[in-house]
Design a protein around this ligand. Structure first.
Ligand code: GCO
Ligand code: MG
Length: 412
C-alpha cells in the first residue's frame, strides 16, 4: 500500500484545525490531527515542507517504522511542533490500516474492554449560582462526571469559565481568541493564587451540598501553583472527594509533585502539555500521579499513546486523555478507540465541537448516557469535507497570556 499523497488541510470552522490526509495507491485515505492551539501554522509548515515529501512512496502499512523514521530520523527530538506532526502521520496510518482491514481501529488495538468511555463535561460559572446551573445543564445532557471551574472574586476573567450568552444557552468555552487584525495579540487574563486558594473549597462545598457525594467532580489548576500551594489545595479539597486535581504545578518540573503527593490524598493528573512519554520522568515509576492527561495529538499519535498507557498500567496509573475542542474530531476519535481498548482506562475529557466544526469533520462517534463510543465505522470513523473546509480559512488565534494583579506574567 504505497503512499501517493500527503496533504495538509488548515481550516477554521469556529476554531483552527490542522489535518493531514494520507492517500494510498489503492485509493484508501487516512486522516490525522496535528492541531497545536495558537501555533497551528508551524505544524502545517513542518508537515508540508519536511514530512509530506518523505511520506510519498513509503509503505502505509509500516506504522512503527514510519514513527521511528520521523522521530529518530529528524535527529531533533520531541517538542510540541514535531510531535504534533508525527502524531498526524501516525493517526492517518492507523486510520488507513484499520480501513484496509475492514475494522474500527479499536479492534486492531485488541478489541473493546468496555461498552463505552466515561466522559467528563466542563461546568463553570462566574459565581456559585452560575456553576450550579451549569452542572444542572450538564447532568441534563447526560454527563455522569463533571469538571468544575470557577470565577474568582476580584478577578475579571479566569481560565476555564464560560458564561451562557443567554439563559438556557450552551456553555461554550473556547480560550483561543480569533482576530482578523493585521497584528493580532493574545488576550490577557488576571490571576491571584491566594484568592483562588481561599475560594475553591467554598465552591466545591456548595457543589457537593447541592448534588450529593456520588457525582465524580474534577478540577483543573492549569499549572498555576507552587508545590506547597498545590499541597494546600489538595488537602483543602479532600472533604469533597475529587476524582482528580489536574495540572496543579508547572509541567516542566515533574518532581514538584513529590511534595504535593506527600501532603494530600486528592488524586492527581497531569500531562496535557507534555509531548513525550519521557516528559513524565519519575511520575509513573514513583506513582506520583493517578492519571495521565496526554493528548493523542500532542504525544505522538496512537503508537506513542499506546506505549504511554502500557507504561502507566505497569505502575497502576490510569488514562484521562485530553479532549478539549482544540483536539480536532480526528484526534478525539483516536482517543476514543484507545479508551475503548486499553485496560487501564480512567476517564475521557469531552467538550463537544460546534456544529460548524462538524460540517467540516463528519464524525460517527456517539455520546449516550454519559458514555462515548467511537462507533463501528471502519478506521477512525471521521471524514473531512474539503468543500466545507475551504469555506472556513485559517484565522489567527492566540491563547490568553496570564498576569498577576501587579502585571507579572504568570502561567496561564
Ligand atoms: C483542559 C485544558 C484546556 C487547555 C487547552 C489549551 O483541561 O482541557 O486545560 O482547557 O487549556 O486545551 O489549548
Ligand atoms: Mg487541563
Amino acid at each position: 500500500m504505497k503512499i501517493i499523497a500527503a496533504d495538509v488541510i488548515v481550516s477554521s470552522p469556529g476554531r483552527n484545525f490542522v489535518t493531514l490526509r494520507v492517500t494510498t495507491e489503492d485509493g484508501v485515505t487516512g486522516l490525522g490531527d496535528g492541531t497545536l492551539n495558537g501555533r497551528e501554522l508551524a505544524v502545517e509548515a513542518y508537515l508540508r515542507e519536511h514530512v509530506a515529501p518523505l511520506l510519498v512512496g513509503r509503505d502505509a502499512g509500516r506504522i512503527e517504522d514510519t514513527w521511528q523514521y520521523l522521530y529518530r530520523g529528524a535527529y531533533w527530538r520531541r517538542g510540541p511542533v514535531t510531535m504534533a506532526a508525527v502524531a498526524a502521520v501516525d493517526m492517518a496510518l492507523w486510520d488507513i490500516k484499520a480501513k484496509a482491514a475492514g475494522m474500527p481501529l479499536y479492534q486492531l488495538l485488541g478489541g473493546a474492554s468496555r461498552t463505552g468511555a466515561l466522559a467528563y463535561g466542563h461546568a463553570s460559572g462566574r459565581d456559585v449560582p452560575e456553576i450550579l446551573d451549569s452542572v444542572r445543564a450538564h447532568l441534563a445532557q447526560g454527563y455522569r462526571a463533571i469538571r468544575i471551574q470557577s470565577g474568582i472574586p476580584g478577578l475579571d476573567s479566569v481560565y476555564g469559565v464560560a458564561s451562557p450568552a443567554a439563559p438556557g444557552q450552551r456553555y461554550d468555552y473556547e480560550p483561543a481568541r480569533r482576530s482578523q487584525d493585521a497584528h493580532p495579540r493574545p488576550p490577557e487574563e488576571q490571576w491571584d493564587t491566594r484568592a483562588y486558594l481561599r475560594h475553591m473549597p467554598r465552591v466545591f462545598e456548595a457543589v457537593r451540598e447541592e448534588f450529593g457525594p456520588e457525582l465524580p467532580l474534577l478540577h483543573d489548576g492549569h499549572h498555576r501553583m507552587t508545590p506547597i500551594q498545590a499541597a494546600r489545595l489538595g488537602k483543602d479539597l479532600e472533604p469533597y472527594d475529587l476524582f482528580w486535581l489536574e495540572d496543579c504545578t508547572p509541567a516542566e518540573d515533574p518532581t514538584a509533585l513529590r511534595l504535593v503527593r506527600q501532603h494530600t490524598t486528592t488524586p492527581l493528573a497531569i500531562g496535557e502539555v507534555f509531548n513525550s512519554l519521557h516528559d513524565y520522568g519519575p511520575l509513573l515509576s514513583e506513582r506520583l500521579i493517578d492519571y495521565v492527561r496526554s493528548a493523542v495529538t500532542h504525544v505522538g499519535g496512537v503508537t506513542a499513546m499506546r506505549k504511554l498507557l502500557d507504561l502507566a498500567a505497569v505502575h497502576g496509573v490510569k488514562s484521562g486523555i485530553h479532549g478539549p475542542t482544540d483536539i480536532s474530531p480526528v484526534g478525539m476519535a483516536a482517543a476514543l478507540h484507545l479508551d475503548l481498548a486499553v485496560h487501564n482506562f480512567g476517564i475521557q475529557e469531552y467538550m463537544p465541537h460546534t456544529e460548524r466544526t462538524l460540517e467540516v469533520f463528519r464524525t460517527s462517534f456517539t455520546f449516550e448516557d454519559g458514555l462515548l463510543h467511537p462507533s463501528d465505522t471502519h478506521g477512525l470513523g471521521v471524514e473531512l469535507d474539503d468543500e466545507a473546509a475551504a469555506r472556513f480559512p485559517y484565522v489567527p488565534a492566540y491563547l490568553p497570556v496570564n498576569r498577576l494583579t501587579d502585571g507579572t506574567v504568570h502561567d496561564w
